[in-house]
Design a protein around this ligand. Structure first.
Ligand code: SAH
Length: 344
């Protein structure tokens, strides 16, 4: 039995800018029938607006150095136990090559905020773009307009920068040396420069509530991101949030589903964090409306060192295994670049 208020909230968030009350109603669903209905609705919205397919993005973690101190992240500069590395250009190129050999057409270069010289990143981007016919996505944190500009000119196509939270106080509590307004500026700069832009949040960070998530989803609707990543918070033992509970699985899946229904077009990963809980829940992420898988192509001797949270799943996955993941939920892998689906 699905309550009328659930039908009504779903109708309204599909047809107009979502109201906070409707988002809260849907995020908070816990009756199994209503959850199934929510997830079935979001799967059908995904299939209608994005087709029945899953995109692959090869994640390459290029450096674990970071001068930031985000309270949730194992790479924060106060974690003396974190091991730090930066890949050489040659190592990085090998990772890209193995992704391309597997038929993947997008690489995501991610790192801590390590202050790498703008020019060396530009060179790497240009080298990748010269060598392989693929899209390059960056996930290197906050940098200046000029840096983002230089990387765009070098050939970068996309940039991922999660907002983490649109609530100013929560944002400040999680990032002692960062402000929400500088993050918003970065996202504006990326958009102005013509990047396909991705954002997102973790679910379950201390201080977050269903209401703050509802506001984050309104923000996603307002900004119309090309990509949105949503995953559970996983406490890291060498951070100030070590004792906090992990993000709730069900709330994470509901957040993916409600975001899909409200925003329709974005590429949304079944995140690595979803695959790193007590078991791999990426299938459930796809069933809730996600449509991207990000297999890890970091060289095996660095994988364990890029520990933003513990037990991060980063094992190598064959093409067959990835195809099975997609087929289990009735989707097929799209081996194209899978550029933005936003109209206009
Ligand atoms: N330095 C880059 C990349 C950070 S890692 C940046 O700041 O954008 C990418 C994402 O991992 C972060 O945006 C954050 O949302 C997520 N993350 C970090 N620590 C996490 C944790 N403990 N649990 C779950 N996700 C985490």
């Amino acid at each position: 039995m699905i309550r009328q208020c659930v039908h009504d909230a779903l109708d309204r968030i599909q047809s107009s800018f979502p109201r906070i009350e409707d988002l809260e109603t849907l995020l908070g669903l816990c009756d199994p029938d209503e959850i199934r209905y929510l997830h079935a609705t979001s799967s059908s919205v995904r299939n209608d607006f994005c087709q029945e397919r899953v995109a692959l993005r090869a994640l390459i973690e290029i450096s674990s150095f970071c001068h930031n101190s985000c309270l949730y992240c194992g790479l924060n500069r106060y974690n003396r136990k974190a091991s730090r590395y930066t890949m050489t250009e040659e190592e990085l190129l090998q990772c890209v090559e193995s992704a391309v050999k597997q038929g993947i057409r997008t690489v995501v270069l991610q790192s801590g905020e390590d202050g790498t010289a703008t020019e060396s990143i530009s060179q790497i981007i240009a080298l990748i773009k010269r060598t392989f016919p693929i899209a390059v996505t960056l996930s290197l944190g906050e940098r200046s307009y000029d840096d983002y500009h230089a990387w765009k000119l070098a050939g970068a196509d996309r940039y991922l920068l999660r907002i983490e939270s649109t609530d100013e106080i929560l944002y400040r509590n999680l990032h002692t040396d960062r402000t929400l307004s500088s993050r918003l500026d970065c996202l504006e700069h990326l958009r102005t420069l013509g990047y396909q832009v991705g954002s997102g949040i973790m679910v379950g960070v201390p201080g977050q509530s269903i209401t703050t998530i509802a506001h984050d989803i309104q923000f996603f609707c307002e900004k119309q991101f090309d990509m949105i990543g949503i995953g559970p918070f996983i406490p890291h033992p060498q951070t100030p949030l070590a004792e906090s509970p992990p993000g709730d699985l069900l709330l994470t899946l509901n957040t993916i589903a409600v975001t899909r229904i409200a925003t329709k077009y974005p590429w949304m990963p079944a995140t690595t964090a979803l695959g790193s809980l007590n078991r791999d829940y990426r299938i459930e992420g796809l069933k809730a409306g996600a449509n991207v898988i990000m297999p890890n192509f970091t060289s095996h001797h660095y994988k364990a060192q890029y520990a933003i949270y513990p037990n991060k799943q980063s094992k190598t996955e064959s093409r067959k295994r990835l195809e099975q993941l997609a087929t289990r939920v009735g989707l097929s892998i799209d081996y194209g670049r899978c550029d933005s689906l936003l109209p206009g």
